[in-house]
Design a protein around this ligand. Structure first.
Ligand code: PTT
Length: 613
């Protein structure tokens, strides 16, 4: 331990009031760093303490947070990441995303552990942070521009060394799943973080910094980071990863019958080869990465219209097979439009999938059908502009399905659309979606690979335990430290590399188990934030989409498979039990106390928790 002195943190947060255009410094208590570390941990704690309960997510009272952590921006494997967070306009609960961007490196170098934006700028603005100073610059000329054009203008105006986060037209139009965009092909904040910035009249955040954080033991840090980089490059998976990145997952998912097709009606897709990683390798023209990355994943191809697009599995599965599109170049057009307009590809693909199915069932008038990428591209444009039927699509699949009057094939949890893994025959992955702290996203637990190896038919408590272990390091360590998880989850290097880097940077002798406790604390507080914002909670909030219980698969080797409701409920209760949460999914008061949650959080647990699960 380094005693009371904290290394690796600046111990200050930049608080910006966009209404007044005023910045202030908040020197937060050191205990906050010890208990919550940074990134997602800081975001949740700040929202718990300062967001007015029941706030309108698109009102000036919502807080937009960009938070780094003790590892962000340090030389080391994949540390060019930051967390963006706010109350989500899509789910009305906690929302965050983890974006690779120079803005992450620059925010750390500017001497801040986080930036919090409250209020609403009186006119379209760019929030400029330069070391200690922050101001609003007018952005009337940028408002309405797509994210790539606006990015180029911002680079001209503020220089190549500036870190830039921005929104596209979808964020301006408050599309509920608008994202924050970085570097023309990185995009994050799935649950509508771009709309939150749009509601504040902030087109972009530009950051420049000139400082270096002081580390506890710089030599030990350097040694640990070099060891981690060597381990990544020596991994047997490394060369294949460099060839295909996340795109290898298309063929893997097809083989495992989890590739979403036709709005998750099936887990296999007849045209999978045309959108596969193997095909992508043949047409790839470039490879891009986040800053400080040692295992680039941004494979770039030319789309059907000749433009360059950076691909990822999720984007191509959700905007390809899930919509019946079997040509990579066509799905890539939709991917590019999502990036240009600043919309989440997963929620867009999930919402379009729902709409196409509702159209097929005669419940929604829609000028597009499965596989017709041109017509679908027009729907994407209408969505970003909130014109015609696009205004409905901009609301996401949960709200759209309520309007249509058929909700059972709307593929979301808590309002956030499920990522690209079909779970008709994957109860563990369904549980991962059901209990993710932001709604259905795979980031906290990609349990599906483990589940397929260890028996996908089982609903055993072991699955719930494995899920929690994954949530602890993926949703904990990497979201608080803040760094990319790919070196661990894709090349298989040991988590201990990160534990060592963290210790050397901060002087806090946290073991992996200590990081797990921090993660449990953050999970419990996040859950209580959801409960507070929604007013109440029940087990129904944690149920996966009805389709997986109701509609068996009709194709592929797993024909006939579907989830069993009673057994799934048993699995969910086992999860609650292992977490120390009540049978209605609210943390028990003793759990909240044990984890050292704030007193008002313990009180809420006392009021809302049912009997133990
Ligand atoms: C992430 C989610 C993902 S997860 C993908 S592809 W993936 C989609 N990417 C989108 C995109 O692109 N454009 C767009 N308009 N919408 C998109 N929506 C989808 O957003 C991402 C990488 C990836 S690529 C993954 S898994 C890992 N995610 C990490 C994470 O969550 N935490 C962490 N500590 N490390 C991670 N490393 C990897 O980073 P969100 P990014 Mg993304 C174009 O942000 O909100 O977390 O949603 O941010 O910079 O693109 O990095 O197969």
């Amino acid at each position: 331990m380094a005693g009371e002195r904290l290394f690796g943190w600046w111990k200050r947060i930049l608080w910006f009031d966009a209404t007044r255009g005023e910045a202030r410094e908040w020197r937060y208590p050191g205990e906050m760093a010890r208990l919550y570390i940074g990134g997602r941990g800081f975001a949740v704690k700040i929202l718990w303490d300062f967001l007015p309960a029941g706030a309108d997510p698109l009102g000036p009272e919502n807080l937009f947070i960009a938070a780094v952590g003790p590892l962000t921006g340090l030389a080391g494997p994949n540390t060019g990441k930051l967390v963006v967070a706010a109350k989500s306009p899509l789910t009305l609960g906690y929302g965050d995303g983890n974006i690779g961007s120079w803005a992450a490196v620059a925010l750390r170098a500017a001497g801040w552990d986080a930036l919090v934006v409250q209020g609403r700028a009186p006119r379209p603005s760019v929030l400029v942070v330069e070391d200690d100073r922050a101001r609003l610059d007018p952005a009337d000329d940028l408002w309405g521009l797509d994210a790539f054009t606006a990015y180029d203008r911002l680079v001209e105006r503020y220089g190549r060394d500036a870190g830039i986060l921005l929104i596209g037209p979808a964020g301006e139009k408050l599309v509920r799943y608008a994202t924050v965009v970085a570097q023309k092909g990185r995009s994050g904040g799935r649950p509508g973080l771009g709309a939150v910035l749009g509601s504040k009249n902030i087109k972009a955040i530009v950051v420049r910094g000139t400082r270096k954080p002081e580390l506890y033991d710089p030599d030990a840090y350097r040694k640990a980071a070099v060891e981690a980089i060597r381990a990544v490059k020596a991994s047997p998976n490394y060369s294949f990863w460099m060839r295909q990145g996340t795109m290898f997952t298309v063929e893997w998912a097809q083989e495992a019958s989890v590739l979403p097709a036709y709005n998750f009606r099936e887990g296999v897709f007849e045209g999978y080869q045309g959108i596969s990683g193997s095909y992508m390798e043949k047409v790839r023209v470039d490879l891009r990465s986040c800053p400080l990355c040692v295992m680039a994943c941004g494979h770039v191809i030319r789309d059907e219209e000749g433009a360059l697009v950076e691909l990822d599995y999720e984007n191509i599965a959700m905007l390809g097979s899930n919509l019946g599109i079997s040509r990579l170049e066509e799905a890539a057009v939709l991917n590019r439009l999502a990036d240009l307009y600043g919309m989440d590809t997963i929620s867009l693909g999930g919402t379009l999938g729902y709409a196409l199915e509702a159209g097929e069932r005669g419940r929604l008038e829609l000028p597009a059908t499965w596989g017709d990428y041109r017509a679908i591209a027009e729907l994407v444009k209408l969505t970003a502009a909130r014109e015609g039927v696009g205004d409905l699509l901009a609301e996401g699949s949960m709200r759209l399905s309520r309007r249509v009057g058929e909700t059972w094939y709307a593929m979301h949890v808590k309002g956030l659309e499920v990522s690209a893994y079909d779970c008709h025959a994957a109860p563990g992955m369904a549980l991962a979606f059901a209990t993710s702290p932001i709604g259905a996203h795979h980031k906290d637990a990609w349990l599906i690979g483990w589940e397929i190896q260890h028996g996908r038919d089982s609903y055993s408590e072991e699955k719930a335990a494995k899920l929690i272990e994954m949530q602890r390091f993926r949703g904990g360590l990497f979201e608080t430290a803040v760094a990319c998880r790919f070196p661990v989850v894709e090349t298989g290097i040991s988590l201990e590399h990160y534990v060592k880097m963290f210790q050397a940077a901060t002087g806090l002798a946290y073991s992996l188990q200590d990081h797990y406790t921090v993660a449990d604390r953050i999970y419990a507080l996040t859950r209580l934030l959801w409960v507070r914002e929604h007013g109440d909670w029940s087990i129904d909030m944690d149920m996966p989409p009805e389709r997986w219980f109701r509609d068996p698969l009709t194709k592929g080797p797993l024909r006939g498979a579907r989830l069993d409701r009673d057994r799934f409920l048993g699995l969910l209760r086992a999860y609650y039990r292992l977490r120390g949460w009540a049978s209605n999914g609210v943390p028990l008061p003793e759990t909240a106390k044990r984890l050292g949650l704030p007193e008002d959080a313990v009180r809420l647990a006392e009021q809302k928790a049912a009997e133990p699960a």
